[in-house]
Write a protein that binds this ligand. Sequence first.
Ligand SMILES: [Zn+2]
Length: 79
Amino acid sequence: MRCERCDQADRRPVRRAKLAERDHKVAVVLDVPMEECQSCGDRWLRWDVAGRLDQLFSEMLASDVEVATRHFDGTLSAA
Ligand SMILES: [Zn+2]
């Protein structure tokens, strides 16, 4: 799909990390599926991916872990 922002390239499916911070705690979710424009770098998340991500961040930031890391697909990372 053509990028609506720069109209210079196509969006490509990629997997990137997303990070959230709250109350001195950090949550990192790895391998989040999204689309990225190769020209301007703009990224899009599907609504269901964004919803799952919100849920993961809420769970992770509610725990006592200062820096929580997790893969989007559900497996806990060794980090
Ligand atoms: Zn673009």
